[in-house]
Design a protein around this ligand. Structure first.
Ligand SMILES: *Cc1c(COP(=O)(O)O)cnc(C)c1O
Length: 467
């Protein structure tokens, strides 16, 4: 009987969830496994006969869990966080229970209308004017592809969709040297060709130099190429550097090229009114994205994508075979036309649960807490003669390296990071800043506390003395 299975095993799973989250700090943050080890523990053939759930779950605990990286662990400082939170977890369970496919308004009107409202809430929260329209995409990578495709179609009066690139002059795309690799990928996928992607030089703050952008656009025009789109980053992945959004906006306006802003990680910080001045000029964007699934306590995946001209977006993607036509088409959003995939998960529910449970005030105070923890860490690092801060602090990401007289800082910093990761008490990743090796430490876990970071910093100093 439907329902009995969940009643019977759900309690065990819920107990496990509670314990996992309660005791996560006692787990090693990363798994100690070698390639193929887990693959070889799983039978080669699918089972013919049903296996009792208890037994499946035991295998999960015995084989799978020890092979996981615990992204919600307080010692996880790598890449950028992929935060969850209790209300977000419950929303994902509810979403999975309904199993709705929310491609059209008619396939679940509430999903479409809640999504529209949640995008309005976020837009209002980050200070984007309501002349923008929002839609949830799965990832920032997808949203950037959407931006490039829409830019391409708008610039050619939707001709490339019809006729392909044949006979067109090459289009050029611009981003900074510090932009995310998803831009390189999007340029390839959208058909522009990597050789027409211009990586503009950055200044001492690792932000795009507007004069260099202007010069590159002019140079390309003189050579008969067609500048199409500039992508600015609000919070680069290496160091959360911020491109000069207003200056870039003026240049994009002047040359009439599409202006896309990638704020995947740092966009969440714009929920703080006192930080909105850092994004001055972002209203000039044609498209803007940020990821609640990074820093806004909302389970992966959930990217908020805002556009000034939703008609162009829909015109780029719409494809309506007879079986997808509905009577409501003229009165509602059918989000299948706002992006690449037809099928869509019900992602708005987790945003609603998260924003409702924390309140905007609760979200803001958590973000401010993270920022003040990073400031504490920065001060500590500055006070240690053997350590050097490597980039200006713009968020809750601190970049640093180890320096000791007579030793190559790149080598010893990399060694320090490896030794620290080998303890499996914390997990750090690195970047290269002007070709110097730097450890990145992101203090952005949903529930991270100053005490967690104090403990980690103590460990870092201890390991550093051993090198
Ligand atoms: C993380 C990140 C991305 C990629 O995000 P996905 O949602 O995983 O595609 C893109 N741009 C920047 C600046 C990022 O930090």
């Amino acid at each position: 009987m439907r329902g009995a299975f969940i009643e019977k095993h759900g309690a065990q799973v819920l107990r496990w969830m509670e314990n996992y989250l309660k005791e996560i700090s006692e787990l090693p943050v990363t798994p100690n496994v070698s390639p193929g080890e887990i693959f070889n523990k799983i039978p080669d053939k699918a089972p013919e006969k049903p296996i009792p759930f208890e037994s499946i779950f035991k295998d999960f605990e015995d084989f799978i869990l020890p092979g996981m990286t615990h992204w919600q662990h307080p010692g996880y400082y790598g890449y950028f966080p992929a935060n969850n939170s209790d209300p977000s977890i419950l929303a994902e369970m509810v979403t999975a229970t309904m199993g709705a496919q929310c491609m059209l308004w008619v396939t679940s009107p509430a999903a479409t209308e809640l999504e529209e409202k949640m995008m309005n809430w976020l837009q209002d929260g980050i200070g984007l004017p309501d002349s923008f329209s929002g839609v949830i995409q799965d990832t920032a990578s997808t949203a950037t592809i959407c931006a490039l495709l829409t830019a391409r179609e708008k610039a050619t009066d939707f001709k490339i969709n019809e006729e392909g690139f044949y006979g067109q002059r090459p289009f050029t795309i611009y981003c900074s040297e510090e932009a995310h690799s998803s831009v390189d990928k999007a340029v390839k996928i959208a058909g522009f060709g990597s050789k027409y992607l211009r990586k503009i030089a950055v200044d001492e703050h690792l932000a795009m130099i507007p004069e260099a952008l202007e010069a590159a656009i002019k140079n390309d025009k003189e050579n008969g190429l067609v500048p199409l789109c500039v992508i600015a980053t609000f919070g680069t992945t290496g160091t959360t550097a911020i491109d000069p959004l207003l200056d870039i906006g003026h240049i994009a306006e002047h040359h009439r090229i599409w202006y896309h802003i990638d704020a995947a990680y740092l966009g969440t910080m714009l929920l703080l009114p006192e930080k909105q001045h850092l994004a001055k000029g972002f209203k000039k964007a044609d498209s803007f994205l940020f990821n609640p699934h990074k820093w806004m306590f909302t389970n992966f995946d959930c990217t908020a994508y805002f556009v000034k001209d939703p008609q162009s977006l829909v015109h780029t993607f719409a494809a309506t075979p007879e079986y997808l036509r509905t009577e409501a088409d003229n009165q509602v959003h059918n989000y299948r036309d706002w992006g690449i995939q037809l099928g869509r998960r019900f992602r708005a529910l987790k945003l609603w649960f998260v924003i409702g449970s924390y309140g905007m005030e609760g979200i803001r105070s958590r973000l401010r807490e993270h920022l003040s923890i990073a400031e504490w860490l920065l001060k500590e690092i500055n006070n240690e003669p053997d350590f050097e801060v490597m980039a200006p602090l713009t968020s809750n990401l601190v970049c640093f390296r180890l320096t000791k007289p007579g030793q190559n800082p790149d080598t010893i910093t990399e060694q320090l990071m490896k030794n620290l990761n080998r303890t499996r008490k914390i997990f750090l990743t690195h970047t290269r800043i002007r070709n110097k090796f730097a450890i990145r430490m992101v203090c952005g876990q949903t529930h991270i506390t100053l005490e967690d970071v104090q403990r980690s910093w103590q460990l870092i100093r201890e390991e550093a003395t051993k090198i």
